[in-house]
Each structure stands twice: as structure tokens, then as C-alpha cells.
Design a protein around this ligand. Structure first.
Ligand code: CU
Length: 180
């Protein structure tokens, strides 16, 4: 087996040094390398222009973290549902001034997604606010308190205190290269 490996490795080396093919091969290789160097790794200001991806995590609780996120136009946001339960991203269109209106998306939890976190990504091209909630876990009762989703609380802690309903806001700033 060792002898076969050596022979196989020797073959391309011999071919690349063969006379005649060397000139054209070298020119093609050089051009490809120049393209590669220009594209990756991106200089910082170029990287800013192509848009970044930001993560909003749903931990093993009924909440989005971070609650508030500031991004730049052209950036994308990925929601990652690490909870066992399913959750949703639903736009509060009356308060949303950026793009991606009308979103109503189910993000599977690990119980329904073969043990893996469900993912959902949106790209924002227009500056403004993106206000959203989970349609399962953001309802308020008649006293404007979040309705706990189940017997184990979720958004109600062990002391009986309510947290915020399951919602979040993304602030989309104009495209630029100086912010994070
Ligand atoms: Cu939810």
C-alpha cells in the first residue's frame, strides 16, 4: 500500500513539471490565486460592506437573547432555537419600520428537529426597527401580565415573578462600516 501511495503522489508532480504545459499552467494558476487573495480574507472595510450575520438564541427558556440587537442594513440575523419546544418569530407589523413585514415563522425546537436546534435567517436591507414576538409565549392577560405557557413557568421564575413576554427588537442602522 505504501508503494502505491508514493507512485500516486509522484504522478501529478511529474505532470506539473512536464515541459510545454508549464507556461500556460503557471499563468492560469497565478490569476486564480490573485482572485482568491482579493476575496478572502476580506479587508475589514470590505467585510463590513457584504453584511454580517448576527445570532439571536432561544435558550432552554421562553425568551429571545439578546432581547435587543443593533445591526446594519445588509446584515442578516439567524434565530437559533436551542429549546426543546417549538417557538415562532412573528412580526409586529404595526411597529416594524424596516423590511421583512408579515413574517410568521415556526422554528422547531430540538424535540421536533431530530435533536438539533432549529434555525431561521432573515436579511435586512432597510434601516428601521424590526419588532417581533413568539405567538405561543407572548400573550398578555387582562392585567397586562405575560401569560405563563405551562405548569413549569417558562417566563415566570421560581419566585413567581413574571419576566417580559417572549419578544424582541432589532434596530437596523443605515449601511456603514464603522459599527460592529
Ligand atoms: Cu415561544
Amino acid at each position: 500500500m505504501a508503494g502505491g501511495t508514493v507512485a500516486a503522489m509522484a504522478t501529478p508532480a511529474a505532470a506539473s513539471s512536464a515541459p510545454g504545459a508549464a507556461g500556460l499552467g503557471a499563468a492560469t494558476s497565478s490569476a486564480s490565486q490573485a482572485d482568491w487573495d482579493w476575496n478572502w480574507p476580506w479587508p475589514d472595510k470590505e467585510k463590513r460592506k457584504v453584511g454580517r450575520n448576527h445570532l439571536v438564541t432561544i435558550p432552554g427558556e421562553d425568551r429571545f437573547t439578546p432581547f435587543g440587537l443593533t445591526i446594519r442594513a445588509g446584515d442578516s440575523v439567524t434565530w437559533r432555537n436551542e429549546d426543546t419546544d417549538n417557538h415562532t418569530v412573528v412580526t409586529d407589523d404595526a411597529f416594524t419600520t424596516t423590511d421583512n413585514l408579515g413574517v410568521n415563522h415556526l422554528i422547531l425546537g430540538t424535540d421536533d428537529n431530530n435533536g438539533k436546534p432549529g434555525l431561521f435567517t432573515l436579511t435586512f436591507r432597510k434601516p428601521g426597527n424590526f419588532v417581533y414576538y413568539c405567538r405561543f409565549h407572548s400573550h398578555l392577560d387582562q392585567f397586562n401580565q405575560p401569560v405563563a405557557p405551562g405548569p413549569d413557568g417558562g417566563i415566570q421564575d421560581a419566585s413567581g415573578n413574571f419576566g417580559t413576554p417572549m419578544m424582541g427588537v432589532i434596530t437596523v442602522l443605515p449601511a456603514g462600516r464603522s459599527a460592529n
